[in-house]
Design a protein around this ligand. Structure first.
Ligand SMILES: Nc1nc2c(ncn2[C@@H]2O[C@H](COP(=O)(O)O)[C@@H](O)[C@H]2O)c(=O)[nH]1
Length: 271
C-alpha cells in the first residue's frame, strides 16, 4: 500500500532543528517532504510574497527551501514540489509557544492555516522553551496527533494548534483539548538611541497570559500538559450577527438626498 505523503514546513527556517526533529518522527507514519523558508520568519503571520520572485532550492531528496514565507512554502509545495496532494501538513516545531492571541502573529500557525485553506488537514506544533527546546518531546506528541488526524481527518477549515510544555517526556501529565487564551506583552516597545543620537525602537516585551474561559491553552502548559486547540478559519462572530443586523437600517440611510420633484428618468445615469 502506498505510504501517505506528509508535508512539513515551519517559520523558523530550514536550518531549525525543530523541523528536522518532527520530520524524522513523522517518517514513522509516511513519506515526509520538507518545504521550508530559507531563513527565520518568526511573526510573519499569514504574509504571502506578491512582489518579488520566489525560488525553490533542493537541499536533499524531498527537502527544499524557499526564499519566502511559510504560506509561500505551502503553496509552492502543493503546486510545484510534491508529486500530488499530501494527506497532512505539519507546520513546526516552532521555537517557542504559540498560545492564545499569539496565533494572530504566528507564521507557524499560518503555515497550517494555509494548508486548511488549500483543503489539506493541517496541524501547527510549537515547543515551549527559552534558550533550549525539547524538540524530541514535541516530535513524539506531534506524531501522535498526526496519527489521529490521518486516522480520523479534521473538520473542514479547522486546524489543530499544538503546544508542548518545556518538561521531559516523563514529566508530561497528559494532553488537554483547550481554548485560546488572551495574550499580551508587557513593555512591548524598547526605545534606544543610535550612535548618531537618533532614537530607534524594538518591539520586544515579555508575555502575559490570562484565560478568557476555562480550558485555556496556557493553563494546560502550566500544568505540564500538551495543549491541543482546534482553530477554525471562519472568524465571523456568528453570535453577534443579529445584534449588528439592528444597525442595517441606520447604516443604509441614503448618503445623498435626491432633489425634491425631480423624477429619475429610467436608463439615464445620475450625475
Ligand atoms: N516577545 C514578543 N513576541 C511577540 C510580540 N508580538 C508577537 N510576538 C510573538 O511572536 C511569535 C511568532 O510566532 P512564530 O510561530 O511566527 O514564531 C508569536 O508567538 C507572537 O505572539 C511582541 O511584541 N513581543
Amino acid at each position: 500500500m502506498a505510504r501517505v505523503r506528509i508535508l512539513v514546513t515551519n517559520d523558523d527556517g530550514i536550518a531549525s532543528p525543530g523541523i528536522h526533529a518532527v520530520a524524522t518522527a513523522l517518517g514513522a507514519l509516511g513519506e515526509v517532504w520538507i518545504v521550508a523558508p530559507d531563513r527565520e520568519r518568526t511573526a510573519v503571520g499569514h504574509a504571502v510574497t506578491l512582489h518579488k520572485p520566489l525560488r525553490i532550492t533542493k537541499m536533499a531528496p524531498r527537502v527544499f527551501m524557499v526564499n519566502g514565507t511559510p504560506v509561500d512554502c505551502v503553496n509552492l509545495a502543493l503546486v510545484k514540489v510534491l508529486p500530488d496532494k499530501p494527506a497532512l501538513i505539519v507546520s513546526g516545531i516552532n521555537r517557542g509557544v504559540n498560545l492564545g492571541d499569539d496565533v494572530m502573529y504566528s507564521g507557524t500557525v499560518s503555515g497550517a492555516l494555509e494548508g486548511t485553506i488549500l483543503g489539506i488537514p493541517s496541524v501547527a506544533v510549537s515547543q515551549e522553551g527559552e534558550d533550549t527546546f525539547r524538540f524530541e518531546v514535541g516530535a513524539r506528541y506531534a506524531t501522535r496527533v498526526a496519527s489521529e488526524v490521518l486516522a480520523h481527518g479534521l473538520p473542514p477549515e479547522t486546524i489543530l494548534n499544538v503546544n508542548i510544555p518545556d518538561v521531559p517526556l516523563r514529566g508530561i501529565k497528559g494532553v488537554k483539548v483547550t481554548c485560546l487564551s488572551r495574550r499580551r506583552f508587557n513593555n512591548p516597545i524598547v526605545e534606544k538611541v543610535d550612535p548618531r543620537g537618533r532614537k530607534y525602537y524594538w518591539i520586544a516585551g515579555t508575555r502575559q497570559s490570562w484565560s478568557r474561559q476555562k480550558d485555556a491553552d496556557h493553563e494546560a502548559l502550566a500544568r505540564h500538559m500538551v495543549s491541543v486547540t482546534p482553530i477554525r478559519l471562519d472568524t465571523t462572530h456568528h453570535a453577534m450577527l443579529d445584534h449588528f443586523k439592528a444597525w442595517e437600517g441606520t447604516l443604509s440611510r441614503p448618503l445623498v438626498s435626491r432633489p425634491r420633484g425631480r423624477r429619475r428618468v429610467p436608463g439615464r445615469s445620475r450625475v
